[in-house]
Design a protein around this ligand. Structure first.
Ligand code: AOF
Ligand code: ZN
Length: 340
């Protein structure tokens, strides 16, 4: 199952809004096939794993076991049900890491296998599987995307007015890391002030991978249209309280002021956006923290101080309620919001 989880993650950045799934076929303690879901809309992990088995080994499948990181699907989606494929080849046993929360599946895949006489064992490395597909599970279970906060602060707790690329707070490595983080998410969001002062492109340049959808909150539509965000090189969503109008690459979406941030997340889910990284400014980040609408925070802390000058960095209040994992010495920590 560890191998299957490894394979699953090769799909990172290419399969959303689908989950990352990997599958390994074992006969007599030997791996005879493996595969993963490579791209949204394309074959599922189980199909690729079966396709990788040598023709002369196909007869072994009826005595083989499959390790798959998600319950095999039972529905006709973009591809036929994987459970049917496993039944057709009469696998002896199927090990599953996580059950599929998708209402189209939700236990029906397991039932199909068991009804056909295939032995099934679930919840193998379950926590590791939840971590790999944290975006998919959050979206399926809460109908909102997985929310990642990202900001850089000084040692004494201030943010820069300049964007994150500013020299005084980041270095080449952290800049590259930020672009890697962007490439892993479906969307990237900033508030009006950050857009206004920094004129950011919010694209992935210092890492490989596709550009996330860009999102800006501009309640009164006051940002200049000459800004990079409106260049239509990448799809941009402009959440506001004035007008709704959608073209291919530029979509204005009006929301009510009440519950603005929560409605925004609901709307992203409707658009099949399963994760969003929020890069500022401090006010927007603080709203997500105070309303407990975040899941994970990536905080870069520089060794320099501004000695009380500037805008205060967001405060992860409930410090006692977050679990931190320090990655690079003192300057990069990831916090996870504990469940309510
Ligand atoms: C599997 N194996 O590798 C994946 C599964 O639109 P479709 O046909 O691609 O179906 C997408 C749904 O299938 C997705 O929401 C999830 O429930 C399941 N994904 N299932 O058996 C896979 N990627
Ligand atoms: Zn499937």
């Amino acid at each position: 199952m560890q191998r299957a989880l490894q394979l699953a993650q090769l799909g990172k950045g290419n399969v959303s809004p689908n989950p990352m799934v990997g599958a390994v076929i074992v006969y007599n303690d030997t791996i005879i096939g493996e595969g993963y879901h490579k791209k949204y809309g394309e074959p599922h992990a189980e199909v690729n794993a079966v396709a990788s088995v040598k023709t002369e080994d196909l007869a072994l499948l009826q005595d083989a076991e499959m390790y798959v990181t998600l319950e095999p699907c039972s529905h006709y989606g973009k591809t036929p049900p994987c459970a049917d494929l496993l039944v057709k080849h009469r696998f002896k046993k199927v090990y599953v890491c996580n059950l599929d929360p998708n209402p189209l599946v939700a236990g029906r895949g397991i039932k199909k296998l068991e009804d056909a006489g295939i032995e099934v064992e679930t919840k193998l490395l379950e926590d590791e599987g939840f971590e790999v597909n944290k975006r998919f599970f959050k979206a399926m279970l809460q109908k909102q995307p997985y929310v990642i906060l990202k900001y850089a602060q000084t040692a004494d707790g201030f943010v820069a007015r300049e964007n994150f690329d500013s020299k005084w707070i980041s270095n080449a490595q952290s800049r590259q890391l930020v672009h890697k983080l962007r490439a892993e998410e479906d969307a990237i969001l900033v508030g009006k002030n950050t857009a206004l002062y920094d004129n950011p492109s919010l694209t992935v340049r210092d890492w490989t991978g596709s550009h996330p959808i860009r999102i800006v909150i501009d309640r009164y539509l006051s940002l200049p249209l000459s800004y990079h965000l409106f260049d239509q090189s990448v799809e941009t969503l402009v959440y506001n309280i004035e007008k709704s109008k959608e073209t291919d690459h530029l979509k204005y979406i009006a929301l009510k002021e009440d519950d603005f941030f929560s409605s925004l997340l609901n709307d992203l889910f409707e658009r099949k956006i399963h994760s969003v990284i929020i890069e500022g400014g401090s006010f927007v980040l603080q709203q997500f923290i105070d309303q407990r609408l975040w899941d994970e925070a990536h905080v870069f802390t520089s060794s320099t101080s501004k000695f009380g000058k500037g805008i205060s960095a967001p405060l992860l209040t409930n410090k006692e309620k977050v679990k931190a994992k320090n990655i690079l010495g003192d300057d990069y920590s990831i916090y996870y919001r504990l469940k309510d």
